[in-house]
Design a protein around this ligand. Structure first.
Ligand code: HSE
Length: 312
């Protein structure tokens, strides 16, 4: 048996929901913006091959690779001694703010779970994904793994029964995402944040996030945009992302409805309901925000999340 799983790129936080909101991305041109992992049987041991545009940035010792560690964990937990051959096609840059580590972890654990006839249910698998992704990013937060695995816009609940649940999305919104080409460590970007916030900031955060979720259910885009504000992270991270503040101002002039940091950056996202404005924003970003190795996409929200796909 052999299978291949695709796990989409994702935006952690979505600006308004630090560590609590995340959305999966689907470029409108149909390209698969996310990692793929294939799995098949081998004579013995775990053999991991790397492929894809961003493979060279990964640790070259297979045992240091998170996909290898996911396979090792599965074999240990299930008490299996069989050999596995895995390929990771690394299509997302590390430290981009596009949920690169989540994409590898989700594709690997989803593929392993399918391969071994689903020993873990959805919520158990999601908790495992959070744990493995946390090994790379330095702390457990589900805002990338949850949408990457389940698709859509996911709100973190972290109740004993459920890690997260999907909230409605605005079907006619375009999310322009631009990765400038540099890598920023999530752990370091988290260190920039204060350990305590003023009471007024806490109240604003609660109001904006709850109003955004409320507006999503009401399908009121004007309300949603007016509260899509990041008071916890952007004020402390913006200046650490070269060109972000200028881009934010320029995108507003072009007519984008709002702009924020995707995950811990440096990718930015910018929202519009007009494809024409999205194209103008993308053109501006390609000329002004991107450096070597950067890219941009006009996206919708990926409703599917991780899924089986054609072989690598
Ligand atoms: N919520 C996390 C952070 C996402 O902003 O640190 C990292 O991709």
């Amino acid at each position: 048996m052999s299978l291949t799983v695709y796990a989409p790129a994702s935006m952690g936080n979505v600006g308004v929901g630090f560590d609590l909101l995340g959305a999966a991305l689907a470029p409108i041109d149909g390209i698969l913006l996310g990692d793929r992992v294939s799995i098949s049987s081998a004579d013995s041991g775990i053999n991991l091959s790397l492929a894809g545009r961003w493979a060279e940035k990964l640790p070259q010792d297979p045992q240091e690779n998170i996909v290898y560690q996911c396979a090792e964990f599965f074999l240990e937990q299930l008490g299996k001694e069989e050999g596995l051959s895995l390929t990771l096609e690394k299509n997302l840059p590390v430290g981009s703010g596009l949920g690169s580590s989540a994409s590898s972890v989700v594709a690997a654990l989803y593929a392993l779970n399918e391969y071994f006839d689903s020993p873990y249910n959805e919520q158990e698998l999601l908790r495992l994904m959070g744990k493995f992704e946390g090994k790379i990013s330095g702390s457990v937060h589900y805002d990338n793994v949850a949408p990457c695995y389940l698709g859509g816009m996911q709100l973190m609940l972290d109740t004993p029964e459920r890690v997260c649940d999907a909230i409605p999305t605005f079907e006619n919104w375009y999310w322009v995402v631009a990765y400038p080409g540099i890598s920023l460590s999530t752990a370091k970007m988290r260190e920039l944040l204060p350990s305590k916030y003023d009471k007024s900031v806490a109240i604003d955060f609660g109001r904006y996030l709850s109003a955004f979720v409320h507006a999503s259910y009401r399908q009121d885009p004007t309300m949603a945009i007016s509260v899509l504000k990041d008071v916890l992270a952007e004020p402390y991270r913006a200046s650490a992302i070269p060109g972000y503040e200028e881009s934010r101002a320029a995108l507003a002039k072009i007519g984008m409805l709002t702009t924020g940091i995707s995950g811990s950056g440096p990718t930015l996202f910018s929202v519009t309901d007009s494809l024409d404005t999205a194209n103008k924003a993308q053109e501006w970003l390609e000329q002004n925000y991107l450096e070597q190795g950067g890219f941009s996409h006009i996206c919708k929200i990926d409703a599917q999340g991780a899924r089986s796909t054609e072989d690598i």
